[in-house]
Design a protein around this ligand. Structure first.
Ligand code: NAI
Length: 334
């Protein structure tokens, strides 16, 4: 029986990107059936909400989704459709692999870093208020339960992938209670994995930022509270070619939503201009997650071959190809 996957084309360039994925996976012949579920600005007027309940139901039923970027409409009460989706489905882990690809003009070769970012707590919990007219407060929430589950997921998946070094990133020297708890729980969970890793350590976030820029090869897997994870994952995306090449995934217990890191870039919508690479790499990671390892490897090889030729790269990567030409070049190289 075909594997059902919820497909959210999304807004702006989203449909250009997910069309590219459908073509490539169609050419691979992977036994996937897409259940298209529309969300975002596209459905706001018609459905009265950017996140209709049937989209959530489709993901709950199929357990896996590929999502194009969603524009957050202004003034709907949603802080962000993406944040709402992650909250509704309790997708507590944001996973950002950053691996350098051939053919790109990068400052470093051989970058291979994965960030596990806690996705529900920290200063992103949205507990903020004014204190009178001239001050504001935001509450940083870190719980033992929230920290334990992201740490355990990071250790488990890193062990499966044969990773050998895992680092928790924090600022516990200043935020002794919140970041102190995050670091302590990480080391408690680590006791169950001592024999699986060569190095289990911690870094203060400012030092980590400097070290990632100067010596990224010293690191392997990082586990971060929400805010530091957000910032460091874009820093790592910068090491490997920018947002256009950065894939991501949001994982919960038994649920996974794969998506590119970048947004809906409305100015390029429908113009054959968008780079589908980040969405294709997210889809490739989805294939591996679903156990289609061979197809994932073929897709990676097709992408790398298309990137080696400057003519088949998209404009943001110094080439002259459009979304469709790049997609066809990958298909030719599968
Ligand atoms: P953006 O990522 O859409 O664009 C930033 C810059 O990168 C722009 O110059 C854009 O043209 C370029 N860019 C992004 N992706 C590209 C691609 N695949 N190919 C070529 N160029 C690309 O960020 P921005 O402008 O801040 O946000 C636009 C909308 O996207 C907003 O409504 C925002 O809320 C939403 N957004 C959605 C995300 C998601 O669905 N996960 C993530 C980030 C933003």
């Amino acid at each position: 029986m075909a594997q059902m996957v919820t497909l959210i084309p999304g807004d702006g360039i989203g449909p250009d990107l997910t069309d590219s994925v459908r073509e490539v996976i169609g050419a691979l012949g992977t036994d996937i059936e897409w259940e298209v579920a529309e969300a975002g600005e596209t459905v706001m007027d018609e459905r009265g909400t950017p996140l209709p309940e049937d989209v959530l139901e489709s993901i709950r039923r199929n357990k896996v989704a590929l999502k194009g970027p969603l524009t957050t409409p202004v003034g709907t009460g949603f802080r962000s459709v993406n944040v709402a989706l992650r909250k509704e489905l309790d997708l507590y882990a944001n996973v950002r692999p950053n691996i350098s690809l051939p053919g790109l003009d990068l400052n470093y070769r051989d970058i291979d870093l994965i960030i596990y970012r806690e996705n529900t707590e920290d200063l992103y919990a949205g507990v903020e208020h004014m204190v009178g007219r001239h001050a504001a407060e935001s509450i940083k929430i870190i719980t033992r339960e929230g920290t334990e589950r992201i740490c355990r997921l990071a250790f488990e998946r890193s062990k499966e992938l044969g990773r050998k070094h895992i680092t928790v990133v924090h600022k516990a020297n200043i935020m002794k209670y919140t970041d102190g708890l995050f670091r302590d729980v990480f080391y408690e969970v680590a006791k169950d994995y001592e024999n699986d890793f060569e190095e289990i350590d911690d870094r203060i976030v400012d030092n980590m930022s400097m070290q990632l820029v100067m010596k990224p090869d010293l690191y392997d897997v990082m586990v971060c509270p929400n805010l530091y994870g957000d910032i460091l994952s874009d820093l790592c995306a910068g090491l490997t070619g920018g947002l256009g090449v950065a894939p991501g995934a949001n994982l919960g217990d038994g649920l996974a939503v794969f998506e590119p890191v970048h947004g809906s870039a409305p100015k390029y919508a429908g113009q054959n201009r968008a780079n589908p690479l980040a969405t294709l790499l997210s889809a490739k990671n989805m294939l591996a997650y679903l156990g289609y390892d061979e197809d994932a490897d073929r897709m990676q090889a097709g992408i790398e071959a298309a990137l080696k030729n400057p003519e088949t790269r998209t404009k943001d990567l110094g080439g002259s190809a459009g979304t469709r030409e790049f997609t066809q070049a990958i298909i030719k190289n599968l």
